[in-house]
Design a protein around this ligand. Structure first.
Ligand code: EPZ
Length: 419
């Protein structure tokens, strides 16, 4: 069993570069198979979920190599359009291969993506939207078979601005006949990045970042070289850690224009911030303040992926705060672990009421999913005494090297493995 051993209670000091974005890299890796040629990706994060995606692309017949920090993928010859069950279940985001497999191979076979601890995570919006473009689905015992001989552009209205469903529509519509209008599209920066990537390959997508997307189908795409943007959730995690632990840090390669909702929360908490371009200096020398009420919401609102790290910071604030989770139905699982450290958090449905306490106590903790695991790492770094955070692999799914990053910020942390 692997775990992180963290000595808490030391103010942060140091600087760290922010890695490439997981949630931009995954749909971009899916989009790579739309082109019968070569793609060079820079700043692609070396995280578990990217490694899973690369294994899936290899199974399809892609040839790839790392040339220094550059990932070179040749998708000229694809031999298969089936996502192996083991990967489909391991990684829910393999569902976004549906759109690109249908766009390239005209058929796909994926396993039902399991739900996870943060919610059931259905795919009804994906299927309904892809059907509008001409996809036909056949439910099989081992998973879902999809066929789409000729996608034809149309108007699609998403009942909810689902990030994944928006990505699947873009991936199938970019090579479709005619134009697709997607209403109530997700506005997340990762959508903008996917559109920037595809337009750089010759795609014709307009309105990225707005609720109405216009995707004009093109005949084919071309070779490209693309640098993936920094990860706003990793950056936000370390910004919130400054509030939780205290001290002074410098974060580099931060997409600050994507983090306005987080910066305004940190300002309310009393964290001093000075930014210059893609660099931000944060310092917090006193106990953070509480923030009243906050709800997570689709971009540009406060991101659900930073809700757990925010709870950690608020559990040490002066006064009480209320955080409502409006995106996932079960994203408060980390609270029980924080309570074991001395946090005073009550859950009422989708509402967390956090009464700040002066200190948390280190103990053995278990991560159950990616962002909740990151929140426990923050709590351990803030707590008095030492902690062990087990199930480290969940955290490695999204954080390229949280140990290296924490050490750069002055946290005493080491990785251990016990048989
Ligand atoms: C993406 O997940 C991200 N994952 C998530 O980040 C992020 O939390 C989420 O968007 C919201 O921002 C990746 O990009 C790989 P959704 P996705 O479709 O696409 C419901 C992380 O930690 N829904 O916008 O799955 C769904 O159940 C991960 O990096 C349906 O009901 O999110 C959820 O309640 C966690 N039917 C809500 O919509 C559908 O067909 C938002 O889901 C699809 C979604």
């Amino acid at each position: 069993m692997e775990y992180l051993e963290i000595e808490g209670g030391r103010p942060l000091r140091g600087e760290v570069h922010i890695q490439g974005s997981k949630n931009a890299a995954l749909p971009i890796l899916s989009a790579v198979i739309l082109h019968r040629g070569t793609t060079v990706l820079k700043n692609c994060p070396k995280i578990i979920d990217v490694m899973y995606m690369l294994e899936i692309l290899k199974d399809f017949g892609c040839r790839m190599s790392w040339e220094g920090e550059n990932l070179v993928i040749d998708a000229s010859e694809l031999l298969d359009s089936r996502v192996e069950e083991c990967y489909g279940r391991q990684m829910r985001s393999s569902i976004m291969l549906l759109g690109s497999l249908l766009g390239r191979m005209k058929e796909a076979c994926v396993s039902y993506p399991g739900g996870c601890v943060i919610g059931a995570r259905p795919i009804d919006l994906h299927l309904a939207a892809l059907k509008r473009l001409g996809a036909v689905f056949i439910e099989e015992p081992t998973g879902l078979k999809a066929i789409c001989r000729q996608p034809v552009g149309t108007t699609i209205d998403l009942p909810f601005p689902s990030v994944g469903a928006t990505e699947n529509v873009i991936l199938l519509a970019v090579l479709a006949e005619g134009t697709t209008i997607l209403e109530n599209a997700a506005r997340e920066p990762e959508i903008v990045e996917l559109c920037r990537f595809l337009n750089g390959m010759g795609g014709d997508i307009r309105g990225a970042g707005a609720s109405r997307l216009e995707i004009r189908g093109v005949k084919e795409l071309r070779d490209t070289e693309f640098t993936i943007m920094p990860d706003r959730i990793v950056a936000g995690t370390y910004m919130l850690m400054t509030a939780a632990v205290g001290g002074s840090v410098c974060l580099k390669d931060v997409p600050l224009e994507q983090l306005e909702s987080v910066q305004s929360v940190l300002e309310k908490m009393g964290v001093h911030q000075e930014s210059r371009g893609q660099e931000v200096q944060l310092s917090c020398t006193k106990r953070p303040r509480s923030i009243g009420e906050l709800s997570t919401s689709p971009y540009p609102g406060f991101p659900t992926d930073l809700q757990s790290p925010l709870l950690t910071a608020l559990s040490l604030a002066q006064g009480s705060s209320i955080v409502r989770e409006t995106i996932f139905e079960a994203r408060f699982k980390t609270v029980e672990e924080l309570r074991r450290m001395g946090a005073n958090i009550q859950i009422e449905g989708q509402k967390a009421i956090i009464q700040g306490v002066p200190r948390l106590c280190g103990t053995d903790l278990t991560a159950r999913e990616l962002r909740g695991g990151a929140a426990l790492v923050l709590a351990a770094a803030a707590a008095e005494g030492s902690s062990r955070v087990y199930q480290y692999h969940y955290i490695a799914r999204g954080y390229e090297n949280i140990i290296r990053d924490l050490q750069s910020l002055g946290v005493v942390v080491r990785y251990s493995r016990r048989q």
